[in-house]
Design a protein around this ligand. Structure first.
Ligand SMILES: N[C@@H](CCC(=O)N[C@@H](CS)C(=O)NCC(=O)O)C(=O)O
Length: 219
């Protein structure tokens, strides 16, 4: 088997989506920490690997990929013993990919649009409209879950890993009220029962929330 190297750090939700996928597939990999807060993603060496200077970055035997969603899809397609985590059936796959694009363009962006100005420019005042984006995204997530235990139906997939890593970090900005969002609350608790969840996601999400909780003032 080729050698897999994941670049990232635990506080990053998209890195944790990849950690969940790697653990779910039981794949051996090397984890190389890139400390964004020390600017390690802007070094010449890292920029040569990923000019977009984001983590996660995956190196599979010299081939480099970034964007967590692309990485998770690739890992299951290439190394999965089954297609359970990323079904080949076109209708199932399209539904799952809608959730991935939702994470990439709506859910994660609602977090990134607040965290990036804070981490890199110490901007701690947050316009209400950015908070409203998170509340809107929670509403969509609650709606997507419907009566299913997971985001695309009865079994866990990479859509749960990607959206779950983000959703479990967003309480740094807006808490998930169990009364208002009972389905999101139950879904995150269900993900929490996965044997690899604590190590791959919960610890990093807790660290992320601890860093950002109470630093923002909404204007
Ligand atoms: N859509 C990308 C987002 C990656 C992303 O924004 N990662 C953040 C850390 S959570 C990052 O690397 N930020 C540094 C930067 O953008 O310069 C993915 O899913 O991988």
């Amino acid at each position: 088997m080729s050698k897999l190297v994941l670049y990232g750090l635990d506080i990053s939700p998209p890195v944790r989506a990849c950690l969940l996928t790697l653990r779910a597939l039981d794949l051996p990999f090397e984890y190389k920490i890139v400390d964004l807060l020390k600017g390690e993603h802007r070094t010449e060496e890292f920029l040569q690997k990923n000019p977009q200077h984001t983590v996660p970055l995956l190196d599979d035997d010299g081939t480099l990929f970034w964007d967590s969603h692309a990485i998770c899809c690739y890992l299951v397609d290439k190394y999965g013993q089954s297609d359970d985590l990323y079904p080949k059936d076109l209708v199932k796959r399209a539904k799952l990919e809608q959730r991935l694009y939702f994470d990439a363009s709506v859910l994660f962006m609602s977090l990134r649009n607040i965290s990036v100005p804070y981490f890199y420019k110490k901007v701690a005042t947050v316009p209400q409209e950015k908070i409203d984006n998170i509340i809107d995204a929670y509403g969509h997530l609650e709606n997507f879950l419907g009566d299913s235990p997971y985001l695309t139906g009865d079994t866990v997939t990479i859509a749960d890993f990607c959206c779950g890593a983000t959703a479990s970090s967003l309480p740094a900005m807006v808490s998930i009220d169990p009364e208002k969002y009972p389905k999101i609350t139950a879904w995150l608790a269900r993900l929490g029962e996965l044997p690899y969840y604590k190590e791959a996601n919960a610890k990093g999400a807790e660290e992320y929330i601890a860093i950002l909780k109470d630093v923002f003032t909404i204007v």
